[in-house]
Design a protein around this ligand. Sequence first.
Ligand SMILES: *[C@@H]1O[C@H](CO)[C@@H](O)[C@H](O)[C@H]1NC(C)=O
Ligand SMILES: *[C@@H]1O[C@H](CO)[C@@H](O)[C@H](O)[C@H]1NC(C)=O
Ligand SMILES: *[C@@H]1O[C@H](CO)[C@@H](O)[C@H](O)[C@H]1NC(C)=O
Ligand SMILES: *[C@@H]1O[C@H](CO)[C@@H](O)[C@H](O)[C@H]1NC(C)=O
Length: 173
Amino acid sequence: MARFGSLFFGLVAALFVSASPAARGLQPTPANLLGEIINALQIGLVTHINATITLDTLTTNLLSIEFGAQNPLIFELTLDSVTSTAGINDTVYATFNHTFAKPVVVPPLGTANSGTVDNVLLTQGAIASLDIIPLGYLDLLNVDINIRALTINGKLGIPLVISGLHQKNVSTT
Ligand SMILES: *[C@@H]1O[C@H](CO)[C@@H](O)[C@H](O)[C@H]1NC(C)=O
Ligand SMILES: *[C@@H]1O[C@H](CO)[C@@H](O)[C@H](O)[C@H]1NC(C)=O
Ligand SMILES: *[C@@H]1O[C@H](CO)[C@@H](O)[C@H](O)[C@H]1NC(C)=O
Ligand SMILES: *[C@@H]1O[C@H](CO)[C@@H](O)[C@H](O)[C@H]1NC(C)=O
């Protein structure tokens, strides 16, 4: 529980820093700071990835994914958009940029499904990417999210940018 206590503290500190105009311009920025706290505590915000490859993928290099998100905190979080690169070790295989048409509400201490995220680009091409399917995992190499903390059924809340997240070995189907 201690690490979630630290995350809670970090999040509250970031809320204060981002709310205070005088503090803007400090390094590290709250976005990086929160990302660093989450990375340091090794809290995986993504629980699982389902990737759907179709015949079209072979020509377009695009596929769709769905992922599970978890919330280690005691208040609701709502995801508005995500930009991510993923791959194996340091090699990028996939990248996407997605704004949720319907923001993803992750309940306190709970999980939520992202829904379908289309237009995930296979940067190495579809054929080269077939090699990584049997591995059954992906490393998230960089994730930036726009999130709102303390939302109520996805409404209102305090907007935060969390940048520079990474997470190794996310189980992927
Ligand atoms: C992935 O697919 C499995 C099987 O269809 C399903 O049970 C699971 O909920 C899906 N997970 C996500 C995050 O979409
Ligand atoms: C990723 O890196 C680890 C540790 O360096 C290595 O054991 C593993 O074989 C690498 N995986 C792939 C698929 O290259
Ligand atoms: C994601 O989209 C935004 C806005 O369209 C753009 O500024 C940004 O460069 C894009 N990022 C990636 C990784 O494609
Ligand atoms: C990835 O996670 C699975 C189970 O979650 C584990 O069995 C495996 O050893 C892990 N692989 C690496 C490279 O950490």
